[in-house]
Write a protein that binds this ligand. Structure first.
Ligand SMILES: [Zn+2]
Length: 379
């Protein structure tokens, strides 16, 4: 691993493959397992970096696809790089843009060279290749950067997924060659759709490359939850134990608990901020619509056990009033609470693993019938 990065496993669960560790980066440590908030356009929507820090956030994400389109990586570099530009001094990760190109853009064309698509902002034709994605991410300057991959949709035929998975590997080799900055860690991404043998082959091949970290991508794209659990269960243990493992785009309680039991360390998801903007609070694993009449005169906090700024200072009635009035502060207060809630869930799991109480305290998330359907999102 690069001298700037290391991963130390502090404790392993005696019943599952869950582990608690520390990921060291040039901008600080990430205590794992850990949920990472998403700051798509170099900001976590509606909250300031100081508020974000108070939620317990350590590593956060930004999206290469969105930043390349707006404002463009040259402007971010002109502002001193992503950390300085957005005022976040902690660990940061950028994705490769691959997922957004495949899920959001229209008129895309995939060749061995890369992907061509039309900008949704101004209609110009953009060519994204492995080399270009790495160049953009080198310019943005996050601590962790991701390989440019082809994320096949669900459902897709075995042949389509096999072609995409093999191309993803060739693209990874090109990403490694193109990567220019040793103070950034390049993570490889395991694809393979819902075909477990393709997933295993990809994981074993990637593991030989001795990258500073590994991700499992192409999940949470519409496949049934039990299939995702199976993919993670067979794939994660094939990745090198001395490197961090990141499950991309996943962030419900149940999905995280199940993935942690398979040995995953890092998660990201837009759920907490997106739901905040819809007036929805995440409370103890449930989903509350603050427009509901029962909150109008409820003067207790959202969650009495939550240490966040919102719960320490405001009532359900107040937040409900702000949501009904469409005040911007509603989205800020709910984002602060929802992010705190998901980070706290992974923190509590971490503490349980450290004292080998993971299955005792969180076993119900692993065993019960899935109740997560209402958590699932499209992006
Ligand atoms: Zn709270």
């Amino acid at each position: 691993m690069s001298a700037n990065f290391s991963f130390e496993c502090l404790a392993c669960c005696s019943q599952t493959k869950a582990r608690a560790g520390v990921f060291f980066t040039p901008h600080g440590v990430v205590e794992t397992p850990r949920f990472m908030p998403v700051g798509t356009l170099a900001n976590v929507k509606t909250i300031t970096p100081a508020q974000l820090r108070d939620t317990g956030a350590q590593m956060i994400l930004s999206n290469t696809y969105h930043l390349h389109l707006q404002p463009g990586e040259a402007i971010v570099a002109g502002g001193g790089g992503l950390h300085k530009f957005m005022g976040w001094n902690g660990p940061m990760l950028t994705d490769s843009g691959g997922f957004q190109v495949f899920s959001l853009s229209e008129m895309r064309k995939i060749t061995e060279e890369g992907v061509t698509f039309r900008s949704p902002h101004d209609g110009r034709i953009i060519n994204l290749t492995p080399e270009r994605s790495i160049e953009i991410q080198n310019t943005l300057g996050a601590d962790v950067i991701m390989a440019f991959d082809e994320c096949p949709p669900y459902p897709a035929t075995r042949q389509e997924v096999e072609t995409a998975t093999e191309r993803t590997y060739r693209w990874l080799e090109r990403c490694i060659t193109a990567h220019q900055r040793s103070e950034q860690a390049l993570f490889g991404i395991v694809q393979g759709g819902v075909y477990l043998d393709l997933r295993c082959r990809a994981a074993e091949t990637l593991a030989k490359l001795d990258l500073p970290g590994y991700a499992i991508g192409g999940v949470s794209v519409g496949e049934p939850p039990e299939l995702m659990a199976e993919i993670v269960k067979v794939t994660a243990p094939l990745l090198p134990p001395e490197k961090p493992r990141y499950l991309m785009g996943v962030g419900t309680y149940r999905e995280m608990a199940i993935a942690i039991a398979s040995g995953i360390d890092l998660f990201d998801c837009v759920i907490p901020t997106r739901w905040a903007r819809h007036g929805t609070a995440i409370v103890q694993g449930g989903r509350w619509n603050l427009k509901n009449a029962k909150f109008r005169e409820d003067f207790t906090p959202l969650d009495e056990t939550c240490p966040c700024y919102t719960c320490q200072n405001f009532s359900r009635a107040y937040v409900s009033h702000l949501v009904r009035s469409q005040e911007i502060l509603a989205y800020t207060l709910l984002s602060i609470h929802n992010i705190t809630e998901l980070i706290r869930f992974t923190q509590k799991i971490r503490e349980a693993i450290l004292s080998d109480r993971f299955t005792t305290e969180f076993g119900h998330w692993l065993n019960e019938e899935s109740g997560d359907e209402e958590w699932r999102i499209e992006e």
